[in-house]
Ligand binder design. Structure first.
Ligand code: DAH
Length: 346
């Protein structure tokens, strides 16, 4: 016959397992563990009564109590694993990004109006048979000025408010030898020298868009950092007629048939003769976009070309100015202050 102690222990196990499997949280489980197996548990109290039992009974009862404890421990452990896994899954689900949510609201940006203008200009000139060249923004005084027929102390140097780099710590470089290029014109000289080096000279038909720098205060029509596109053609028998034809062709291709260009006599040390380029506005006025001219023989000579054989023309336009005309921007500074309300219009 089963002893009442054994029967109670079996009851404890049955009801204990039931409660354990109904526990929903790790906290509930910890409480149950204390209640079922802790110091003040019924199982513990029953163990204390063993000392009064006969040696024979003590053995059977002791074993029954041990089995009960093991059963309860096993059930607590199993339930703990289930709840832990459930908690982990819930945390993962909570962290998951709901990507479907933003689908309807994706906002696609677009390239900056200056970059748009830059890329369109490249397209137009490539369409006219030019290739695109590149040059460094940090230039030597020689490329930026001297090779362009502007020897040191030439009065026209004051036309370019120049930012000099501190070269005092560069071995072998004298002070005031490195500048942030004030225009893209030094690329003319680099391109001609490369042509001499790599393909024994012209023909050269290139444009070079790039960033340039001036020691200048920003206002509605000037920026200290801005963009130019330089053009250079060197070949046999190139004339001023080729220059004005190219600029008119460009004007029509870029702005449309209704706009036209004109050349106004001017002075640049690296061209002779030189001219300013104006483009007609829809209201009949003219806006200056840059300069041009026939490449000065001294510039050809500096680049290693014989001016008796080769002639050429060059031009340099302000990219920001062209963006300004095309989009009717009122203040150049708006192009660089990154106000999204302004930029989103383009
Ligand atoms: N480099 C000149 C400037 O920044 C613009 C210019 C004028 C470029 C005449 C040329 C040119 O190539 O022929 O003011």
């Amino acid at each position: 016959m089963t002893s009442p102690v054994v029967a109670e222990a079996e009851d404890l196990v049955r009801s204990g397992i039931q409660r354990v499997s109904a526990a929903e949280s790790l906290d509930d489980l910890a409480e149950l563990q204390t209640e079922l197996l802790g110091k003040k548990s019924r199982l513990n109290a029953m163990r204390a009564t063993l000392k009064d039992a006969s040696p024979e009974d003590r053995k059977t009862l002791g074993r029954a109590l041990n089995v009960s404890r093991t059963e309860l421990e096993k059930s607590l452990k199993g339930r703990k694993a289930v709840i832990t896994e459930r908690v982990r899954r819930a945390a993962l689900d909570a962290e998951q990004l709901d990507l479907t949510e933003s689908l309807g609201r994706v906002r696609v940006g677009h390239v900056h109006p200056i970059t748009q203008t830059w890329e369109r200009l490249e397209d137009v000139f490539v369409g006219m048979g030019f290739s695109v060249e590149d040059g460094p923004e940090v230039e030597t005084d020689w490329f930026n000025f001297e090779a362009l027929n502007l020897p040191p102390s030439h009065p026209a140097r004051s036309l370019w408010d120049t930012l000099y780099l501190d070269s005092s710590e560069i071995p072998g470089v004298a002070q005031e030898q490195l500048v942030l290029r004030t225009h893209t014109s030094p690329v003319q000289v680099r391109t001609m020298m490369r042509a001499v080096r790599e393909s024994s000279g012209p023909p050269i038909y290139v444009v070079c868009p790039g960033r340039v720098y001036r020691r200048d205060t920003a206002d509605a029509t000037h920026l200290p950092v801005f963009h130019q596109i330089e053009g250079l053609v060197v070949d046999e028998g190139i004339t001023m007629g080729d220059l004005s034809g190219t600029i008119e062709e460009f004007t029509k291709a870029y702005f449309g048939e209704s706009l036209t260009s004109r050349l106004r006599p001017s002075y640049f040390p690296f061209t002779e003769p030189s001219a300013e380029v104006d483009i007609s506005q829809s209201d009949g006025s003219w806006l200056e976009v840059g300069g041009c001219g026939m490449v000065h023989p001294n510039v050809l000579r500096h680049a290693g070309l014989d001016p008796e054989r080769w002639t050429g023309f060059a031009f340099g336009f302000g990219i920001d100015r062209l963006a300004y005309i095309r989009h009717g921007v009122a203040d150049l500074r708006d192009l660089v202050t990154n106000d999204m309300r302004f930029l989103e219009q383009f």
